[in-house]
Design a protein around this ligand. Sequence first.
Ligand code: CAA
Length: 257
Amino acid sequence: MAYETIITETRGKVGLVTLNRPKALNALNLQLLAELVAAVKDFDADAGIGAVVITGSDKAFAAGADIKEMQAISFADAYLQDLFVGWEDLTRVRKPVIAAVAGYALGGGCELAMMCDFIIAADTAKFGQPEITLGVIPGMGGSQRLTRFVGKSKAMDMCLTGRMMDAAEAERSGLVSRVVPAAELVEEAVKAAAKIADFSLPSVMMAKEAVNRSYETTLAEGLRFERRLFHSLFALEDQKEGMTAFAEKRKPNFANR
Ligand code: CAA
């Protein structure tokens, strides 16, 4: 499929999606949403792909939802079309998705990064929820996901003042998993994705499912859920292979990847 707002490529078993609206700093319009969701779903369904990386440009991962597209929308339109509900599709992708963020990740851009499974940031990254400066609030999960990542005080600070967080603060606060030099960002993210793609895919998908469950349930339920998934993995050859390879001091050769 030919896309106009994103570029897709594969690097071995990694699907790489680059947001590509440079003149609008990758502002997230409805076309980009549709294309990104379609591309990531295609990678999710592709047996040759084990993990996905979403990135932007050096200047901007994404500077937010497209303000010019939203400017004239009425309440009725926003409500009736349930504006932005489509982004939830990205959180239903079952293979791991890594956000590789350089430059601005603002508003919907920060929210898109937080919908991914983890964020690798360039040292140039800047995160923010500046919607308050536009007379609105985050609409793609910022008030909920940012609070879970960085806690109430910082989330309130970001959502109420609209200030940006640099990469060092984002790492300190637990918003990003690691910070790398900007020139190495995509390479590092693809390397992390390739490492994941080399493990047993059912284990990888269950690890993702288990961590995500911790956000949706009680500790007791989450622990039971994790244990049942853990037990189920003993039904796979990959568990025998992984543990035998360890005992034999060799690299495992997983069947399901
Ligand atoms: N929507 C539409 N266009 C955008 C945009 C956005 N979110 N962000 C930047 N652009 C456009 C600018 O209008 C400009 O276009 P023109 O050349 O046609 O004027 C172009 O991208 C370059 O931007 P700037 O000239 O502003 O670049 P800069 O380097 O001076 O500033 C910036 C960069 C600080 C990121 C600034 O562009 C900015 O503040 N952008 C808006 C950030 C924002 O408020 N994001 C939240 C959006 S609302 C949202 O996301 C709601 C939600 O929760 C879902």
